[in-house]
Design a protein around this ligand. Structure first.
Ligand code: SF4
Length: 455
């Protein structure tokens, strides 16, 4: 019987990397964000669960007891960015670049009692499901099928709050330009009108990235695209953005995180708040929208920082470019996190909490944790009620000003629609419904930062 790769959650994107892994392992891919667990899992001997994000790890934690019952003959492994960062009751764990060891593990399990199937023969190429994936919503409000691709893996940087350096230690791997082009061609043939580059940072290998988008634009001139690019790279590569815009780039996600320079230094972000303003200016001048991601609640956060963050967003006309869930995100500290030692030295880290798959930490003042929960709940309620972003922003800013003892600010004007994906958040630890459930049950209910911090 075959092996199976389970993809749990990948920000709503087409699980291209999971598909490629499944092909390498001759395994069937099941995308549990769009499909149910199949009946045939009963006979499977090897299950590989992808935990590329903390969200996926939390989902895996809940799924594993069920899998043990449904697939009693299977050995279960995890792989992906978080596989070695969280403690899950599995039989084996493999980091994101340990596919050879993973193949050997799968092969060993498949051959228990029968002749092994040679992994890598590509027997199981899972069809791409663009229909069930997050869509691209353009500035005119229309929605289009979207694909996903990555030009690189890993990251050259070591931001302290990010899981990528734990696995990659400042290294990157280039994906073959031919393989990237072939995957883009396939997704376009299936109807993709937009491509999301899922690289942790698209400009870690700027020349490689530029060649890939130039080739993509030549073959598919009407295709639009987005990528994640850190502030430092936006500034360093400012001359590339006019060409990117001309080749279809409509928006860039960028991890601003905070508007407090001391916090940015603690996180080793390599940029200042002034640089964030410059990045907005560079991208807008090129005709590219910027979608900042934030990490508002850290152990160093004060209420003034949150007030300043809301002011920055209003002053830079960014309200429509930020999902409200971003305002309640709280630093996540999984095992191995580069920020853990620093927090330990500062006496801010508590004992590892296996149920949260992370170290709890204490806020500067307790009311900030309450505010983080309040903002997360407001974001979820707004998403459920499809409240316009600017209304949610005004409500959240009023809550922040209330805690800060400030007068309520004048409402922001109705912003124009900005291009984006339909998935409502780039990163968080829990599906939003569970935040309310956890909060009402007295658990933390906090929305924690997840994944490459700017995804
Ligand atoms: S936050 Fe972004 S730039 Fe920093 S280490 Fe992570 S992936 Fe790299």
């Amino acid at each position: 019987m075959t092996a199976v790769v389970l993809s749990l959650y990948d920000l709503g994107r087409v699980p291209i990397e999971a598909r490629s892994l499944a092909a390498q392992l001759d395994a069937r891919l099941v995308d549990l964000s769009t499909e149910a667990i199949p009946d045939w899992i009963t006979d499977v001997k090897a299950i590989v669960v992808i935990v590329g994000m903390h969200t996926a790890a939390r989902m895996a934690e809940r799924l594993l007891p069920q899998l043990r019952i449904l697939a009693p003959h299977a050995e279960i492994a995890t792989t992906g960015l978080y596989a070695r960062l969280v403690e899950l009751p599995v039989d084996a764990q493999f980091g994101p670049e340990e596919s050879a060891a993973l193949r050997a593990w799968v092969r060993g399990n498949l051959s228990r009692g029968e002749a092994p199937t040679a992994p890598g023969s590509g027997l199981h190429i899972t069809p791409i499901d663009l229909i069930g994936a997050a869509r691209y919503r353009s500035a005119d409000g229309r929605e289009y099928l979207a694909g996903a691709i990555a030009a690189t893996r890993g990251c050259l940087h070591r931001c302290r709050h990010c899981p990528v350096p734990v696995a990659y230690d400042g290294r990157i791997h280039l994906n073959s330009a031919d393989a990237v082009a072939a995957s883009i061609d396939e997704q376009v043939s299936l109807g993709a009108r937009h491509m999301s580059f899922a690289d942790p940072d698209f400009l870690n290998a700027a020349g490689h990235a530029q060649r890939i988008v130039a080739a993509m634009h030549q073959r598919h001139p009407s295709l639009t695209w987005d990528a994640t690019i850190k502030v430092e790279h936006v500034l360093r590569h400012r001359d590339r953005f006019a060409e990117f815009a001309a080749s279809g780039c409509t928006f860039v996600i960028s991890a601003f995180e905070s508007v407090d320079d001391a916090t940015l230094l603690e996180l080793d972000k390599g940029h200042s708040a002034a640089d964030e303003s410059t990045a907005v200016e560079i991208l807008r001048r090129a005709g590219i929208d910027v979608r900042p991601s934030w990490l508002p609640f850290t152990p160093w956060t004060t209420i003034d920082h949150i007030v300043d963050l809301f002011a920055f967003v209003a002053d830079h006309d960014l309200v429509a470019s930020i999902d409200p869930v971003q305002y309640g995100i709280r630093l996540l500290v999984p095992k191995g996190s580069l920020v853990a030692d620093r927090l330990h030295e500062q006496g801010r880290l508590e004992t590892y909490d296996p149920s949260a798959l992370a170290f709890p930490w204490t806020a500067h003042i307790a009311i900030l944790d309450e505010l983080a929960v309040e903002l997360a709940i407001m974001a979820e309620k707004a998403a459920i009620e499809t409240e316009p972003n600017h209304v949610t922003f005004d409500n959240m800013r009023a809550a922040v000003h209330d805690v800060a003892g400030l007068a309520i600010a004048a409402p922001v004007s109705v912003p124009r629609v900005r291009p984006r994906m339909t998935e409502t958040w780039f990163c968080c630890a829990e599906p939003m419904a569970s935040q309310i459930r956890d909060a009402s049950a007295g658990r933390s209910g906090l929305t924690e930062q997840d994944g490459p911090a700017h995804q």
